[in-house]
Each structure stands twice: as structure tokens, then as C-alpha cells.
Ligand binder design. Structure first.
Ligand code: SF4
Length: 360
């Protein structure tokens, strides 16, 4: 079931803050284009297709929300962009076109750079940075926070040591950590879970990235801090035209921050389009099921919420035909269990992978 701390989820799924106004960045060329991305895990038990032919674009100054239940491939998609997929995972196919220079419009396929190449290292953590889901394991316990942010700034900026320290202090203050100067000299174990999450956000933002990948960045935070961080991300985006890939299973946060939404199920994109279409007119049965499983303003306090029947199958036991068919309320016998639907455009804005829209 959709989990949320953010107050937006207490509103009806059909009345989020998402509006039908098109954000300015959506008309610009994408800064990241993911095409036919496949990332597989080669285990003793067989091959797990964690990401199985994913496509989406991310535009400057806009936020692409990626949603879906745990295990649908959201985080592996994000790690694939930065080529930090852990073994036995491997990117086996696809392109990740990155428009490094907005002026020339030229793009580079990041997958042509080796994961440890100098080019990739200069982009990763600088031009494209990431807020990880697990702040506890993302910092070195052997170095102070100040040393760790200093290293990121040394690699990606030309600032002097004093300037790097001042910027680190400034960022800790901006994410709401008290006594930032003193905290620069402290080790990560002195930070609470919420402070570590905020410290990670400071670390990801301090290099002024063109693309920020945020993997459940506010899950560990209380409601007030969550709202402050979302506000900070939006301000940074406006100031720097930063593109954000925001991964979450919290649809309230998506309504608050996203311009476009990509819905993933079992490693595939099943629906994508503008955020207002997702909330006002979700097309894929999985999108509709996700939306009905969050509370609305009209939900009574003891009312049982609808849930999606069954659970997400293990990727090694992928159902035949449409992978969602064992859980789908609109399942068509003889079609959905045999053929696999393609992701196709059903109108100017929305792409859906479902036989219900085959004629469109
Ligand atoms: Fe449901 Fe069939 Fe559409 Fe899959 S293709 S989501 S099973 S109706």
C-alpha cells in the first residue's frame, strides 16, 4: 500500500496540487533520454530482468516522478543512469543520451563511457548527482562530514579549501542542520537518521548539478522537514534550471513536485505522461489501482482502503503476457495472459502499455 508522511496524501487522489499548466521546461530538448534500457542481474538461480526496456525523457527545469511498488525497478533504473549498478547486475542494452552542453544541443551516450572512466567520474556526483535511499550506508564512517563534502567539491569545482568549507557550512544550514560549522567536523555516526538524509541532500546539491536523481529522498524525514526539503529542491530547480528524477512510492509527494510521471511495473514502463493526466485520468489499470489505494479527504477514519490484490511477482517468475494480468481487474482472458502489450501513445501526452487501449 502507498505509504506517506506528507500531508498531500490526505487529499483526494483526484485533487492534487498538480495543474494542467505545462511547465516551461517540457518544451525544451530533454537533458536525459533513456532508451530501451535493460539492466539484468545474473544470479545462480537465473537472470533477473530488473529493468526491461525502459524509455523516458527528463527535461531541464522539470521533475520526472518515477512511481511503482518496491521491486518494480525504479532504483535500478536510477543507478543505471549513473552506472553504479552493483554486481551481479549489468546494463545489457540501451542508451542514456545526456545533453551536456545546452548551447550546442549535442548529446553523449553515457553508456559509451566506462563506469570508471574519467568522463563518467567527472559527470557522476557533479553534473548528475544522486540522493540515495540509504543515507546510513552512503557515507564513510571513517571521515568527517566536512571531509566528504570537501572531496565532492574538490572533484567538481575550482573552489579554494576555505571556499569549499564555507559552501559546506552553507549547505548544511540550507537543509536545516543546526550548528553547521561544528557538524562539518563531526563523523556521520553523530548525525541522526533524518540529519544524515539532509546531509546527503546537501552533498548532492552542493555541486550545482544539472540533473538530480533523488531516490526516496524524504522518506526518513518528518512531515515538516519533508516539506522544507521539497521546497528547497523546487527553489534550486527554479534557480538553476535543474532537472530532477524523483523516485518514490509516495503519490502525495509526486502530486506536489512532479511535472511528468512514469509508472513502472516489474521492470517496465506501463504508463507515462504529465502529472495532471496521471491524477485526473490514469489509464493503465495499475496506475488506477495505485491511486485508489491512497486515502482521500473523504476516507472515513476506520474505513479500509482498497489494496492491489496479490503481490508483485518475483522477476524470475514473470507471468506470461502482460505481467500485471494476475492482479488486474480488467484482465481479458485469452489476450492478456498470452500477449505482451507494447507501450504506445494513446494521445498527444500519454503513453500506455495495455490492451484496453489497443484501438487508440
Ligand atoms: Fe490488465 Fe490486460 Fe491491460 Fe494488462 S493488458 S493491464 S492485464 S487489461
Amino acid at each position: 500500500m502507498i505509504n506517506s508522511l506528507y500531508p498531500m496524501t490526505t487529499e483526494t487522489a483526484t485533487s492534487p496540487t498538480a495543474t494542467s499548466e505545462q511547465p516551461r521546461g517540457l518544451s525544451a530538448d530533454p537533458v536525459i533520454s533513456v532508451r530501451d534500457l535493460e539492466t539484468h542481474f545474473f544470479t545462480d538461480e537465473g537472470v533477473v530482468r530488473a529493468v526491461d526496456g525502459v524509455n523516458f525523457d527528463v527535461h531541464p527545469g522539470t521533475t520526472m516522478g518515477i512511481v511503482g511498488e518496491s521491486g518494480c525497478g525504479k532504483s535500478i533504473t536510477a543507478k543505471s543512469i549513473l552506472q553504479i549498478v552493483e554486481a551481479p547486475g549489468r546494463i545489457v542494452n540501451g542508451e542514456i543520451q545526456y545533453r551536456r552542453d545546452a548551447g550546442s544541443g549535442e548529446t553523449v551516450n553515457l553508456l559509451n563511457y566506462g563506469a570508471n572512466s574519467e568522463s563518467m567520474r567527472s559527470i557522476r556526483g557533479g553534473e548528475i548527482s544522486m540522493i540515495f535511499q540509504e543515507p546510513m550506508t552512503s557515507f564513510s564512517s571513517l571521515h568527517t562530514f566536512g571531509n566528504q563534502i570537501d572531496e565532492a567539491l574538490r572533484l567538481h569545482t575550482n573552489l579554494s579549501k576555505n571556499e569549499r568549507f564555507e559552501l559546506g557550512v552553507d549547505w548544511l544550514a540550507r537543509v536545516g542542520i543546526p550548528n553547521p560549522t561544528q557538524r562539518m567536523h563531526e563523523y556521520p555516526f553523530r548525525f541522526s537518521g533524518g540529519q544524515l538524509q539532509r546531509a546527503m541532500i546537501a552533498m548532492a546539491m552542493c555541486t550545482n548539478p544539472k540533473v538530480l536523481i533523488a531516490d526516496e529522498p524524504t522518506t526518513a524525514l518528518d512531515v515538516t522537514t519533508q516539506a522544507q526539503i521539497l521546497d528547497l529542491l523546487q527553489r534550486m530547480q527554479e534557480e538553476n534550471d535543474m532537472a530532477i528524477v524523483f523516485i518514490t512510492h509516495d503519490l502525495g509527494v509526486i502530486a506536489e513536485i512532479a511535472d511528468e510521471v512514469t509508472v513502472m511495473y516489474l521492470g517496465k514502463v506501463v504508463e507515462s505522461g504529465p502529472v495532471h493526466n496521471f491524477f485526473d485520468d490514469p489509464m493503465h489499470p495499475y496506475s488506477r489501482a495505485l491511486l485508489t489505494s491512497i486515502p482521500s479527504m473523504f476516507t472515513l477514519s476506520r474505513e479500509r482502503l482498497p489494496s492491489i490484490s496479490g503481490s508483485i511477482p518475483h522477476p524470475q517468475n514473470r507471468p506470461s503476457g502482460c505481467a500485471f494480468h494476475p492482479r488486474c481487474q480488467s484482465y481479458i482472458e485469452g489476450t492478456c495472459n498470452i500477449r505482451e502489450p507494447e507501450l504506445v501513445s494513446v494521445n498527444e501526452d500519454q503513453d500506455v502499455s495495455c490492451f484496453l487501449y489497443e484501438d487508440q
